[in-house]
Ligand binder design. Structure first.
Ligand code: UDP
Ligand code: UDP
Length: 464
């Protein structure tokens, strides 16, 4: 994007992420990329919800001193109105309620005037109108896929036109039908806090000056076209595909013992199993998954998670897994709890497949490294994100597997068979490598995603 010229030194972009590693990771990557071209400030809301977030923020601001850190102390929040709400969704609500204070604080603390703000989708409904009322261009960073952005943007229209309280398949005319079975379960409850936020954020998308999406052209050509040509909503703001955003250049976070082990494994032989930073699995399902990995005959690196919040995930592996399991698999698998540096794992030559919940970041990271996926969506946007996985040829998705709290256990036998199917499918491996090449080409100088950011920076320069 060229070195910073005089105009660039007057540009100041302020990023306001919400909470959850799935949000902080892409925001940090965007901050680091933009910091090569203009002044960048990133707001963090403290204290962070999870320990993974606290560690990440500390590591990032120390490795990237060029990104200015602005810490906003969250006021206490009475959650008695929403007692069972996910802690991350509650935090999104707290940030939304504090939006005027956050923006005031940003404006007061900035020595260089703010040229544009980039806000996270869960907090967009409060921040976009406020920033616009102050005359500041406001962009949204959409951390999920273009397919999910289409669904989010059309959902309010669907809700306004439906005649019964129940949800059904959502047909987005001229684009695609999102089947009822793929809709985030929580949206069935109109009173749920997430549902209210989702509808408000879906409406506000149209008011943003532009929307960054962590995807790339060839991965989601159809969804990007439908958004841009007004089929999803007429008058849609510019959609700028910026993915895959490049991982930060800093020392690996989390468990380090996995890497010497991976170094000793043959190329493409290990299946990496991780369901993201906020999906806990029942003990019974964990045990079946363990059996599946064992019977697949493959080597594996498995990060076990039984609780959504890392600070509550304290049970010992020996209490969770069947007696004798760890001993039986010790020669060909690592089973661990905690955090691994997923980027470093996925880029390792030994990794030949990824059993994943198909969280949006995991999908784009697998695409970037050309790693085959076995998608097991568990909830939220994950089924919608599994569509481009299959469509692009990056992976497979057994659609009958359990989904968002269904009282159904997928058997170890079935899991073992699918893991083996993925790991022995040479055509899938070749196709995934091709997807990886396309992804890296999009992000490299001259590529479509790189160019999207160049044009964004140029547009800001033209405005100052
Ligand atoms: N992640 C990681 N190590 C872990 C678990 C997760 O580095 O042990 C990262 C992963 O690379 C991704 C993010 O955390 O960037 C999780 O986001 P995703 O959208 O995949 O899933 P979520 O956790 O939001 O459900
Ligand atoms: N999301 C959205 N609109 C909102 C809030 C969230 O489109 O108002 C997206 C969010 O970015 C994520 C998906 O919906 O991609 C599902 O969110 P989930 O609760 O699974 O958590 P996340 O993956 O964001 O951590």
């Amino acid at each position: 994007m060229g070195s910073q010229d005089n105009t660039a030194s007057k540009l100041h972009v302020v990023l306001i992420p919400s909470a959850g590693m799935g949000h902080l990771n892409p925001f940090s990557r965007l901050a680091a990329t933009l910091a090569d071209h203009c002044k960048v400030t990133m707001v963090s809301n403290v204290p962070a919800v999870s320990s993974a977030e606290s560690h990440h923020l500390a590591d990032m601001f120390s490795a990237y001193p060029q990104i200015e850190s602005l810490q906003f102390e969250m006021p206490p929040y009475d959650s008695s109105d929403n007692p069972d709400t996910d802690p991350f969704v509650l935090r999104w609500e707290m940030i939304s309620r504090s939006a005027p204070d956050i923006l005031n604080y940003v404006m007061k603390s900035s020595s260089v005037p703010v040229t544009a703000v980039v806000v996270d989708i869960p907090i967009a409904a409060s921040l976009v109108p406020l920033a616009k009322s102050l005359g500041i261009p406001c962009y949204i960073m959409y951390i999920s896929t273009a397919a999910m952005l289409s669904f989010l943007s059309y959902f309010p229209t669907y809700c306004d036109s439906k005649t019964t309280a129940d949800l059904s398949d959502v047909e987005i005319p001229g684009y695609r039908t999102v089947p009822l079975a793929s809709i985030p379960g929580v949206l069935h409850d109109p009173k749920n806090l997430f549902t209210k936020q989702f509808i408000q954020n879906g409406r506000v998308v149209l008011k943003a000056d532009g929307i960054f999406v962590n995807t790339f052209e060839s991965f989601e050509e159809d969804s990007l076209a439908a958004l841009r040509d007004g089929r999803v909503q007429p008058g849609f703001p510019p959609v700028i595909a910026v993915g895959p955003l490049m991982p930060l250049n800093m020392p690996a976070s989390g468990a380090s013992e996995v890497f010497p082990w991976l170094d000793k494994q043959p190329e493409n032989s290990v299946v990496y199993v991780n369901f993201g930073n906020r999906t806990g699995m029942s003990r019974e399902q964990v045990r079946e998954l363990g059996l599946g990995l064992e019977t697949s005959g493959c080597r594996f690196l498995w990060v076990v998670k039984t609780k959504a919040l890392d600070s509550q995930d304290v049970e010992d592996l020996s209490e969770i897994l069947e007696e004798g399991y760890l001993e039986r698999v010790k020669d060909r698998g690592i089973v661990m709890k905690g955090w691994v540096d997923q980027d470093k794992v996925l880029r390792h030559k030994a990794i030949g497949g990824f059993l994943s919940h198909s969280g949006s970041n995991s999908v784009i990271e697998a695409a970037m490294h050309g790693v085959r996926m076995l998608a097991w969506p568990m909830g939220g946007d994950q089924r919608i994100c599994a569509v481009p996985v299959v469509k692009s040829g990056l992976g497979i998705w057994p659609k009958s597997w359990s989904w968002q709290g269904e009282d159904k256990i997928v058997s170890g036998k079935e899991i073992g068979e699918k893991v083996k199917e993925m790991m022995t499918d040479e055509a899938l491996l070749a196709k995934a490598h091709l997807v990886g090449e396309e992804a890296r080409r999009a992000a490299a100088p001259g590529g479509t995603s790189y160019q999207g950011l160049v044009e964004f920076v140029q547009k800001l320069k033209d405005q100052v």
